[in-house]
Ligand binder design. Structure first.
Ligand code: ADP
Ligand code: MG
Length: 240
C-alpha cells in the first residue's frame, strides 16, 4: 500500500483560536476517508493547509513522500471541491466554461465531454451555471475538479443545501470514482450515515484528532459514535 498523504504534528494557530492541534494522519492510495467533525472543528483549515492555501502551520505535510513546502508539483494530482459557491442567476459562464477552468493543458479539451457525460451533466453543457439546481452545480464542480485526471479528490462538506435525489446520485458517483477509477477520496461531511455507507476510513476531528481508523471500527463502537454525536450536538446548539 503506498502512502499518498502523510501529515505529522500539524498545528494551526490563528490569532484568536488554535484550529488544529498536533494532528497526524496517513492516507493510503485507494482510501476513501471520511473526515467528520462539528462546525469549527478545523476541517476546512486542514484542507487549506494540505492545498498550500494556508502556509502558516507547524508540523509537516507530505504528498507522495515529498514535503509540500519543497515542491508544489503534487497539486496537479489533486482535484478539490470547495464548500458550495453561490452564483447569480445570470452569471455569464456556462457549464462547459466552468469545467474548462479545471484543465491544466488546453490540449486536453476533449476530456471535457467525457467528464460531463460521466457526471450526468452533458445535456446541461451550454446552460449558465447560475440557472442550475444546487445538485447540478455540485456535479459541475466535481467535473471541474476531475477533468485533469487527478489521483486524489478532496471534497469539503459538499452536500449542504442539496436535494436528496442529487445527494444519492452524488454518493453513487463518489463510490464509482473510488472503486472503478481507484481515485483516493478525502471527504469532510456532517452526515454520519453517509460516511458509514461510503468511507472505508474515518477521521474524527475536533481541533485534535480523536479517532482515525477503519470505519468499521468506528461505527461498531457505540461509545465512540456517542462521543462524536454529543460533541457535534453541543456545537449545533452553540450555533443556533
Ligand atoms: P470547519 O471547516 O470544521 O467548520 P474551520 O477550519 O473553518 O472549521 O475553522 C476552525 C476554527 O478556525 C474556527 O474557530 C474558525 O472560526 C477559525 N478560522 C477558520 N479560518 C480562519 C482564518 N482564515 N482566520 C482566522 N480564524 C479562522
Ligand atoms: Mg469548513
Amino acid at each position: 500500500m503506498s502512502k499518498v498523504v502523510e501529515i505529522n504534528n500539524l498545528t494551526v494557530q490563528y490569532p484568536d483560536v488554535k484550529a488544529l492541534d498536533d494532528v497526524s494522519l496517513v492516507v493510503n492510495q485507494g482510501d476513501f476517508l471520511g473526515i467528520i467533525g462539528p462546525n469549527g472543528a478545523g476541517k476546512s483549515t486542514l484542507f487549506a493547509s494540505m492545498l498550500g492555501i494556508n502556509t502558516k502551520y507547524h508540523g509537516t505535510i507530505k504528498f507522495f513522500d515529498e514535503d509540500i513546502r519543497k515542491s508544489k508539483s503534487y497539486l496537479k494530482e489533486i482535484g478539490y471541491v470547495p464548500q458550495k459557491p453561490i452564483f447569480e442567476k445570470n452569471f455569464p459562464v456556462t457549464v462547459t466554461d466552468v469545467v474548462r477552468m479545471g484543465l491544466r493543458k488546453e490540449s486536453d479539451e476533449n476530456k471535457i465531454d467525457e467528464i460531463l457525460q460521466q457526471l450526468w451533466i452533458h445535456e446541461l453543457r451550454e446552460r449558465r451555471i447560475g440557472e442550475l439546481s444546487g445538485g447540478q452545480q455540485q456535479r459541475v464542480f466535481i467535473a471541474k475538479a476531475l477533468v485533469h485526471n487527478p489521483k486524489i479528490l478532496i471534497l469539503d462538506e459538499p452536500v449542504t443545501g442539496i436535494d436528496q435525489q442529487s445527494i444519492d446520485l452524488f454518493y453513487s458517483i463518489l463510490r464509482e470514482l473510488n472503486s472503478k477509477q481507484k481515485i483516493t477520496i478525502i471527504w469532510s461531511s456532517h452526515d454520519l450515515d453517509a460516511v458509514n455507507k461510503l468511507a472505508n476510513h474515518v477521521a474524527c476531528l475536533n481541533r485534535t484528532l480523536f479517532f482515525h481508523g477503519e470505519s468499521e471500527e468506528f461505527f461498531s463502537n457505540d461509545e465512540l459514535v456517542k462521543q462524536y454525536s454529543e460533541a457535534s450536538m453541543q456545537e449545533h446548539m452553540h450555533h443556533h
